[in-house]
Ligand binder design. Structure first.
Ligand code: SF4
Length: 453
């Protein structure tokens, strides 16, 4: 905030005329504040000369470019990150994950990989997780074979692609099939960057620049930008994972402190080049990669990557929360148990898994404990008898069941008396560990004559 205010003052001083309101803002200072926060365009003020505008654009543009991969529903946005460490704020744009296929493979094998990207997903903490697309490698070195491989993917799938070749002819053959869908082009080097920048410009595609030296990488990025390739990604060409960490961290650092604006782009990692590949995937997710290419992973490894990506790209200052309310597990009836718990997502989904496994239908009352877990919510006074009473009333739980018994989590046991007093419901203290809920319900609910449905 202080940084934005100081920048705003600097901008304010650059304005030759004051408070004419031609920009539509009430005062020059308002305009300067908006510009400093990246929420206004320097062009809006007609009194800034071209040189100052350019200076301001450089100072107010985000430190790292946002790059969109592909088009349509499955488009992925990467980059636009503003911190080096997740705890400083958050990482916002999870890396795109791409299975890698080769144009040496037969059509069936390529289609099988495409089908997995299209269809394979798994639900975790309320989010459907899946891979984002395919990277197609031109290992044949034959433009026609590359074109056929791209066409095979195109016929089966609608997701972002990466076209991997250093040959402008092969890339042109691939782009003739899918250029309108803005695939990523990999990779421009010192030798071919002019032709590849021209292709990227023509099709509006993101272009990956590849060089092991960061100075050369920045120079090539500038050259490709000047040639009209507007969306850039940087491949620091690491020979090992140590090099990747060093280079990727330096790129992020220089982008964020704006010491090298031409490195202000997302980073690319080909995890297939390293052994073990799983380590490279983990390092890529943790250390700033915006695009990660993997082999066609076994489902369990793919889940590992998706789970890690989800964890790293959640806001560490904001617990993932469920919407409070009354949820049905199975097909509960008027004699089914009612369980209350917190709205911390991990608690909800863990408990839900065990409840579903128990096959005892129930009503699950989710309390608004601001995303805290049971133990923390009880200790912080967020889980209280008053909250339970208000939630029972708000979600009209009494109208759903014939009985007046509420099961609360084991860690909320100290509240059981007060909850009974305030709500008039009988309280049963459930287990501390969600894994024991099935056995608890069998013993305390079903075996004691309740129907469970
Ligand atoms: Fe100030 Fe420029 Fe807006 Fe006029 S147009 S009020 S000089 S910012």
């Amino acid at each position: 905030m202080v940084r934005v205010a100081l920048k705003a003052l600097e901008i304010y001083k650059m304005l030759p005329k004051k408070n004419c309101k031609e920009c539509g803002y009430p005062t020059c200072l308002t305009f300067a504040m908006k510009l400093a926060a990246g929420k206004a365009d320097a062009d809006t003020c007609p009194y800034l000369d071209a040189g100052t505008k350019e200076l301001l654009r450089g100072a107010t543009r985000p430190p790292m470019q946002l790059v969109k991969l592909g088009v349509g529903e499955r488009q992925v946005s990467v980059g636009d990150e503003i911190v080096l460490f997740r705890h400083e704020k958050a990482f916002y744009h999870p890396p795109g994950l791409f299975f890698s296929v080769s144009d040496l493979w037969d059509r069936e094998r390529i289609v099988a990989a495409a089908t997995r990207v299209m269809d394979e997903e798994f639900l975790r903490v309320g989010e459907n997780l899946r891979f984002n697309g395919l990277a197609i490698r031109n290992e044949s070195r034959d433009p026609a074979a590359f074109g056929r491989a791209v066409a095979a993917v195109e016929e089966e799938a609608e997701f972002p692609e990466v076209l991997v070749s250093e040959s402008p002819e092969a890339l042109a053959a691939g782009l003739a099939r899918c250029g309108n869908y803005h695939p990523v082009i990999h990779a421009a080097t010192r030798a071919n960057h002019e032709e590849l920048a021209a292709l990227a410009k023509r099709y509006g595609c993101p272009l990956v620049i590849r060089a092991g030296d960061l100075g050369e990488l920045a120079g090539l990025a500038k050259a490709c930008g000047d040639l009209g390739a507007r969306n850039l990604i940087l491949d620091p060409a690491p020979a090992n994972l140590g090099e990747f960490i060093v280079r990727s961290t330096a790129i992020r650092r220089k982008a964020i402190d704006r010491s090298e604006p031409d490195l202000g782009h997302p980073v690319y990692l080909d995890a297939t080049a390293f052994v073990p590949e799983e380590a490279a995937i983990v390092v890529g997710i943790l250390k700033y990669a915006g695009v990660i290419v993997t082999s066609v992973l076994p489902p369990a490894t793919a889940r590992m990557a998706l789970t890690l990506r989800q964890n790293i790209y959640t806001d560490p200052q904001k617990p993932i929360q469920m919407t409070p309310g009354l949820y049905r597990v199975g097909e509960p009836g008027p004699d089914s148990p009612v369980l209350a718990t917190v709205n911390f997502s991990l608690t909800y989904f863990t408990l839900l898994g065990y409840l579903e496994a128990s096959r005892i239908p129930c009503h699950l009352l989710i309390l608004d404990t601001e995303g805290f877990s049971v133990l923390t919510a009880v200790a912080a006074g967020k889980f209280s008898e008053r909250l339970v009473k208000d939630s029972l009333d708000r979600y009209q739980v009494a109208g759903q069941v014939r009985h007046r018994t509420l099961i609360i989590p084991g860690y909320a046991a100290p509240l059981s008396g007060r909850i009974e007093e305030v709500t008039g419901w009988k309280v049963l203290v459930g287990p501390r560990d969600a894994a024991d809920i099935g056995e608890f319900l069998e013993k305390e609910w079903v075996a004691k004559g309740h129907s469970g449905s």
